[in-house]
Design a binder for this molecule. Structure first.
Ligand code: NI
Length: 138
């Protein structure tokens, strides 16, 4: 871990008040931690938009009795095996399943996988969370 550097930032009083409210609401221990988190989020967002390498998790829920959802979901995953690291399946109750797919690769390829999953009929919900991939954020 590199050493800490300090810098000062001038902001309008109202913005500082809003920051402090945000820090308290989100439970950050200090303003510095909140600002670091926000900067890193922005860096990951930039990597995502620039189609850089990212890592992430796709989470989804479905009723395994519905249509061909299980077979189609497997087909989609086999078609994107180059960016899939692992898959975890949890049987939530008699009907419902939750599946998480851990991914790593080019943002464009992961967007295609996300889109292919989202377009599956019978899926109840899906979402994607990404973080830095090949090159970690500082
Ligand atoms: Ni299941």
């Amino acid at each position: 871990m590199s050493g800490l550097a300090r810098f000062s930032v001038s902001v309008e009083e109202e913005l500082l008040k809003a920051l402090d409210t945000f820090v308290a609401a989100k439970g950050y221990p200090t303003r510095s931690e909140a600002v670091k988190h926000l900067v890193r989020n922005a860096l990951v967002e930039t990597m995502w938009k620039a189609k850089g390498t990212v890592a992430g998790v796709i989470v989804m829920a479905y009723d395994h009795h519905k249509r061909d959802v299980v077979r189609k979901l497997l087909e989609v995953q086999h078609d994107h095996s180059d960016v899939i690291i692992s898959t975890q399946h949890v049987h939530l109750d008699h009907d419902n399943c939750m599946e998480t797919i851990t991914v790593r690769g080019r943002a464009g390829r992961i967007k295609k996988l996300e889109s292919a999953i989202r377009s599956l009929k019978g899926l109840k919900h899906s979402d994607l969370m990404v973080t830095a991939g090949g090159r970690a954020v500082p």
